[in-house]
Every structure is written in C-alpha cells, then in structure tokens.
Write a protein that binds this ligand. Structure first.
Ligand SMILES: [Zn+2]
Length: 236
C-alpha cells in the first residue's frame, strides 16, 4: 500500500492506494476522513490520481460530513491563559482590548490586541491568521535553508514549495514534483521542520521508504529519529 496525493483546486487529497485482483476502481472515505482506493493490479497510479481528482468533490463532501460527527481535538477555546504552541514552545494567550487588531509574541506570551475582546470567534480568526502568516514565512525560510545543500548534494534542482493545510501528513512530495508542507508545522520546533523538509527532498530521488531512502535521510539528518519523535510529541 502506498500513500499518494491528488491536488484538486486548493484541496490536497491524500489517499492510500492498494491493488487487488478486481476489475474496477473503488474509492471510499472512512469515518476518520482517510481516503482508501483499491485498484486493479495493472492500473497506472497516475491514472488513479486522475480518477481520484474527478471524484474530489464527492470525497471532500464525505470528509466534511464525517468531520461534523467527530469531536474536535484539542478543543481550543481562545480565551486568556490558554496555551498555544509555536515553533515548539508553549505560549499563553493574552487578550488585550485595543483600537486595532494586532497579534504578536511579547514577553513569552501570545498577545492578541483586539477590537472585540469578548468575541472568541474573532480571537480565533486573528490567531489563526497570524499562525498561517508565520507558517508561510518560517516554513519557506527553513525550506530555503535546508533545500540548498540537500539539492546540491543530490544533484537536483530544489522543487517548488507549496504550504497548505493537510489533514494527515506533515509533508508530501507530489507526483508532479512539488514539495507540500503542512502549515500546522508552525507548532513544531525548527529542528523538526528541517527534518520534514529533508525527508520530502529525499523522496525526489527515492520515492519509497526503502533502505536507500533511509540511508540518504540519515546522511542529511543523522538524528532524524529523534526529530521525528519530538515532532510527534510536540504537536500532539
Ligand atoms: Zn516519506
């Protein structure tokens, strides 16, 4: 079974692809939102991507339906004192009434200056927007820093980067040769972001998690296992 990615508009659909002795393609959406595809043994994976793309509207609708019945964890309430993670550190939220909206890190806190201090939805909007902006800036910086030397060593051109929300993975190297990074990585330490970048770059030359892939990854990130553990712990 392999995990593949199909891009549909601004949505990224990740799906598991398994082959079996059947005549037609089956696409199903599981209650946790995962997309499972079973294809005939001789199916061309790129053709399967296309088929998934053609069913994208239906898949996204199913995922939304299931999501409505799933408790949202962790439930953030966007009230003062609550902690939010940014680059591996916990910051307490501080809400300050102000004439204009502004979010910043100040003396170890995530300070939200807001015109509507009682409005938690507005606080959520401001915090999410800030996190997204930071994600785009920081992830791009880390990508540039890591991809330069790795691409040079691999003798490849650094692939184009796209930063977007992803439901089930931290990063992906798409069949079209792009690297995708999950914007939620902004919660993780820089070390961990660099590990994800190096991991996806290694996929440019080694598509699967083969021994060759792991050798390559270890060459660029000798302590990748520690970073992977840390990533899982610091974003749970
Ligand atoms: Zn991988």
């Amino acid at each position: 079974m392999t995990i593949r990615t199909a891009v549909y508009g601004s949505a990224i659909i990740e799906y598991s692809l398994a082959f079996s002795a059947r005549r037609s393609l089956a696409i199903s959406v599981l209650p946790d939102g995962a997309v499972a595809v079973t294809a005939p043994v001789d199916a061309d994976p790129h053709e399967v991507d296309e088929r998934v793309k053609r069913r994208a509207r239906w898949i996204l609708r199913q995922q939304r339906r299931f999501a409505e019945f799933r408790p949202r964890t962790p439930a953030r309430r966007f009230i003062g004192g609550e902690t939010h993670r940014y680059l591996g550190r916990q910051y307490r939220l501080r809400i300050e009434p102000a004439g204009a909206d502004h979010v910043a890190l100040r003396s170890g806190r995530l300070v939200v200056e807001t015109r509507f201090p009682e409005d938690r939805d507005w606080t959520r909007t401001l915090v999410r927007r800030w996190m997204r902006e930071r994600a785009h800036r920081v992830l791009r910086e880390r990508f540039q820093l890591v991809s330069g030397p790795v691409a040079a060593a691999l003798g490849i051109k650094a692939p184009p980067l796209r930063i977007c929300p992803m439901q089930r993975r931290w990063g992906s190297h798409t069949p079209s040769g792009r690297v995708l990074l999950n914007d939620a990585l902004i919660a993780a330490p820089r070390d961990c972001i660099d590990y994800v970048v190096a991991h996806e770059l290694c996929h440019v030359v080694e598509p699967n998690h083969s021994p060759g892939f792991l050798r390559l990854l270890r060459r660029f990130v000798p302590d990748w296992e520690r970073r992977k553990d840390l990533l899982e712990r610091s974003t749970a």
